[in-house]
Design a protein around this ligand. Structure first.
Ligand SMILES: Nc1ncnc2c1ncn2[C@@H]1O[C@H](COP(=O)(O)OP(=O)(O)OP(=O)(O)O)[C@@H](O)[C@H]1O
Ligand SMILES: [Mg+2]
Length: 329
């Protein structure tokens, strides 16, 4: 049995008994003239922003939802091609646990099931990313005490209150890593008249981005295309620039968490004082983010270990203890 975290930015596949066997960007590059697939995953991501005009780099998942079914199927067939051997046949199809955002429509859920069945799976069992992420982060989800989990991914920020193996409250925002990258692109264009790719903006975010003021000022040399003259140009930006660029998005995330705290049923709200708020997902790795969140909500915020793999490791914990855990699916 397998588990898949089909994310906007990254796809992780867990195989029971083995662990995380695929961890690659959800990206595909194809030749527009011939229709041929040129690269998938890491290799395709590396090409982003560098390809000639006939090579298109595309991401089939948008805000956690399958946006391009055909591309998603090609990408997944490729990821599973190295695994598809041995007992896998037309007669025996393994089952798969598939992660999904909490706000999907029935049609969107159906398309995750369909794509995985097309790739060769038998039963597709859907599980909300928040639950899997909470399990992966070691939260006591089966207990009757409430714990709050916030997952900041590439396309969505999800937050939820978990109690007795289910989600008591949940909320999904389309403000996450991609939006933050675009905030940076817009800011650099407006302030420095420089056009940069999303990949460059993401790199800038990871290198010098922060949610709170840093102890030391960091400068970063950035190259791109002059928005007016169209020629290559180099500028120096600071951590303050990036903080300014992304502050609206970060405030929106923090406000949503704070709003959720007000909605918590009184029977559960006291528990949060004894537990932490757990943050997972790649976006939670932004420097100073836990402190930024904690500043307003006054409940201890804990960054999950290895937040980029929490959901997939949660799938793993379910798969490895399936008989005990299946009741919550
Ligand atoms: N060190 C870092 N600082 C800030 N952001 C980071 C860092 N490392 C990764 N990210 C961001 O994390 C995001 C990817 O996180 P993750 O893999 O959890 O998303 P996903 O599961 O693919 O997306 P979603 O759950 O929204 O569908 C990207 O936007 C990436 O830029
Ligand atoms: Mg995710």
């Amino acid at each position: 049995m397998f588990g898949i975290d089909l994310g906007t930015t990254n796809t992780l596949i867990y195989k029971k008994g083995e662990g995380v066997i695929i961890n690659e960007p959800s990206v595909l590059a194809f030749n527009k003239k011939t229709g041929e697939v040129v690269a998938i995953g890491n290799e395709a991501r590396y090409m982003q922003g560098k390809t000639p005009s006939h090579i298109q780099v595309t991401r089939p998942i948008k805000n956690g939802v399958i946006n391009d079914f055909e591309v998603a199927e090609i990408m997944l067939s490729h990821f599973f091609s190295t695994i598809k051997k041995g007992i896998w046949s037309f007669i025996f199809k393994p089952n798969i646990l598939a992660g999904m955002p909490s706000n999907l429509t029935e049609v969107e859920k159906g398309s995750i099931e369909d794509v995985l069945k097309d790739v060769g799976f038998g039963k597709v069992i859907l599980i909300e990313n928040l639950l899997a992420g909470a399990i992966g982060a070691g939260s006591p989800i089966q207990e009757s005490t409430g714990s709050l989990i916030v997952n900041i991914g590439g396309g969505t920020t999800e937050m939820g209150l978990v109690s007795m193996g289910g989600l008591v409250l949940k909320n999904t925002l389309n403000i996450a890593g991609d939006k933050i990258d675009h905030d940076i692109m817009d800011y650099i264009r407006d302030k420095y008249k420089l056009l940069i790719s999303q990949r460059a903006a993401e790199n800038l975010k990871i290198e010098i981005g922060s949610a709170i003021k840093l102890k030391e000022k960091i400068n970063f040399t950035l190259s791109g295309r002059d928005a007016v003259k169209g020629i290559p140009k180099e500028i120096v930006v600071t951590d303050t620039d990036v903080r300014e660029a992304i502050s609206d998005s970060l405030n929106a995330i923090r406000d949503a968490v704070s709003d959720m705290l007000y909605q918590i049923p009184p029977e559960l709200s006291g528990d949060l004082l004894y537990h932490n708020i757990i943050i997972t997902g790649g976006g939670s790795l932004l420097k100073g983010f836990p402190e930024f969140l904690q500043e307003k909500i006054e409940i201890k915020v804990r960054l999950a270990d290895d937040p980029l793999t929490s959901v997939s490791r949660g799938h793993g914990m379910i798969l490895e203890n399936y008989n005990e855990m299946k009741k919550m699916l």
